[in-house]
Design a protein around this ligand. Structure first.
Ligand code: SF4
Length: 539
């Protein structure tokens, strides 16, 4: 099923992606998804050099082309656009030369995907009146220039790919993944595409999924809480300054996103550098309320938003059933991992409830099943937290409470759920969903219902597991009583401040709560669930 025609011109490099894998083209161009790898970083480095300078070439009527870089061409008729790395004048005509990071195919010939890209460039040049006999590809690894002969067969294949790619771009969903392809192990989007998992689930492929190593990003969030400070950019480093004194400087590539609390400025230059790297900037009040988010352009996949809205308006339950069943199964995994044989009965009950959730007839019964599962699960948690009875204030009885949480365990759980929800809210925006339109959590003013939906499955394995492992990893000792305070209205708050569900997103306060008794453990706090606190490198 298709929705609309696409008016946009397809970049020639996206034809390369389509020839390599149609799903990759869809994920990158339509869904605007991107993941870096060592290959893409090396490609960026090479093109950074190639793209330097230039940008214009004389038209055929204006004189002879000697050499021009980064020339941009477009054609409504062909439906494509291209940025040429290098254009050289040869015998009264021109030759486009594209730079590629790797090596040519066996026999020293160009890869089909590369040849298609260069052929698209040749077609564009010809349409603009240039005489072009062939193209060339410079493979940087072997430092070879490989000719691309523009045969009728290659032209036909290129036009066919343009037509197919335009058709695929109008679809609601990406094409299926390649099957057992060696291309996937080098594909930077493998961790997003999940080719084998998707094929196994869709019964397109038997056996166990291969273990593809998705890139583990080295970057971590940067939290800036120094009041009156300014986040700027200096070369490839983000700087945090106050009164013109540089307090800290970190490499831009080490920053996943910036969280600015209270009176913290981010310069326009730093903002642009962050957005170019798809790194968001979160704006919090001093008290830790999430006020806003600066992010790059949203996904172009408007059909995705239409489907989301339609599914929510119809009250479709399929995805909600799967989310809740997944959450219950993950609760079960956590109890089995941490509780062993003592949890056998409860683990069995949760398995049965997960099956019931998948068959739930309506939203009310799904809610009831989730509630029963949550009670079984949280009742078991106190037995997994051996040090909980040594904590100040009310003990954790196995009941969830919030706004404010009335005990230290609930305080930490709320904190981690706050972090998780913040991440998922940003993820929703990046892929093009409206985070306020949920499928399980009903829309309500100010509630990021879809982010809360998505958090359901991740809560046990990311947030709860972080609380459990943090509990075990540090020795909760003498610093704990100082770190907790009871406000007049009751409840336990980290650092003596007012911390609610959203306000719990304050890493400094988490550190106060978790400050270890052992001085040898003093240092920057790092959360085990993949969210970290980057302390500025003073270099
Ligand atoms: S992982 Fe494989 S199937 Fe998925 S986009 Fe990459 S090449 Fe295509």
């Amino acid at each position: 099923m298709t929705f609309t025609a696409i008016p946009e011109l397809i970049p020639a490099r996206m034809l390369n992606e389509y020839a390599f894998c149609p799903r990759l083209f869809f994920l990158e161009w339509v869904d605007s998804l991107w993941a870096s790898s060592s290959d893409t970083a090396e490609g960026d480095r090479l093109h950074g050099r190639v793209d330097a300078g230039g940008g214009a070439a004389p038209l055929p009527a204006e004189g002879e082309v000697k050499a021009a870089r980064s020339v941009e061409l477009a054609s409504e008729q062909l439906g494509i656009t291209a940025k040429l790395d290098l254009l050289e004048g040869v015998d009264g005509g021109v030759v486009p030369i594209d730079t590629k990071k790797g090596r040519p195919a066996r026999g020293g010939t160009p890869w089909e995907a590369d040849a298609v890209q260069v052929c698209a460039q040749v077609l564009l040049l010809r349409e603009h009146g240039y005489t072009v006999e062939r193209g060339e590809i410079f493979y940087a690894e072997t430092r070879q220039r490989v000719p691309v002969e523009v045969t009728p067969g290659l032209v036909g294949r290129t036009l066919e790919i343009v037509s197919e790619a335009r058709g695929v771009a109008t679809r609601l969903a990406p094409p299926p993944p390649l099957r057992s392809s060696p291309k996937c192990s080098r594909c930077s989007l493998a961790g997003i595409c999940l080719p084998d998992e998707v094929n196994v689930l869709a019964a397109r492929q038997g056996g166990r999924p291969r273990r593809l190593m998705a890139a583990d990003p080295d970057a971590v969030p940067l939290y800036v809480m120094e009041q009156g400070s300014v986040v700027g950019i200096d070369g490839g480093r983000l700087t945090v300054s106050k009164y013109r004194e540089v307090l800290a400087s970190v490499r831009l590539i080490d920053v996943m996103h910036v969280c600015a609390y209270g009176n913290v400025q981010v310069t326009a230059q730093a903002m642009r550098a962050l957005l170019e790297r798809d790194a968001n900037v979160y704006h919090f009040s001093y008290g830790g309320w999430l006020i806003g988010l600066t992010t790059g352009l949203p996904s172009k996949n408007v059909m995705l938003r239409i489907r989301q809205t339609t599914a929510a308006a119809r009250g479709e339950l399929d995805d909600a059933r799967r989310m809740i069943a997944g959450k219950i199964r993950n609760c079960r995994v956590l109890l089995r991992r941490h509780g062993g044989d003592a949890m056998t009965r409860r683990v069995g009950q949760l398995a049965a409830l997960a099956d019931h959730a998948e068959q739930a007839e309506d939203a009310a019964s799904l809610l009831g099943i989730e509630g029963t599962a949550a009670r079984l699960y949280f009742e078991a948690l106190p037995s997994l937290l051996s040090a909980a009875d040594r904590l100040p204030g009310p003990g954790f009885s196995g009941l969830r409470n919030r706004r404010p949480p009335t005990d230290a365990v609930n305080c930490l759980l709320s904190f981690c759920y706050g972090l998780l929800t913040k991440e998922l809210l940003a993820a929703c925006l990046v892929v093009g969903f409206d985070p306020y339109i949920g499928l399980y959590h009903r829309p309500r003013f100010g509630r990021p219902a879809l982010a809360l939906d998505l958090a359901e499955e991740f809560r046990p394995l990311l947030a709860d597991s972080t609380v459990l492992t943090t509990w075990c990893a540090i020795r909760v000792g003498a610093s704990f009583p100082r770190a907790l305070a009871s406000p007049p209205g009751g409840g336990v708050l980290p650092g003596g401040g007012a911390v609610g569900h959203q306000r719990a997103d304050r890493p400094d306060r988490l550190w106060q709560v978790l400050a270890p008794a052992d001085p040898a453990l003093q240092g920057p706090p790092v959360l085990a669930a993949g969210d970290g606190v980057l302390h500025a490198d003073p270099r």
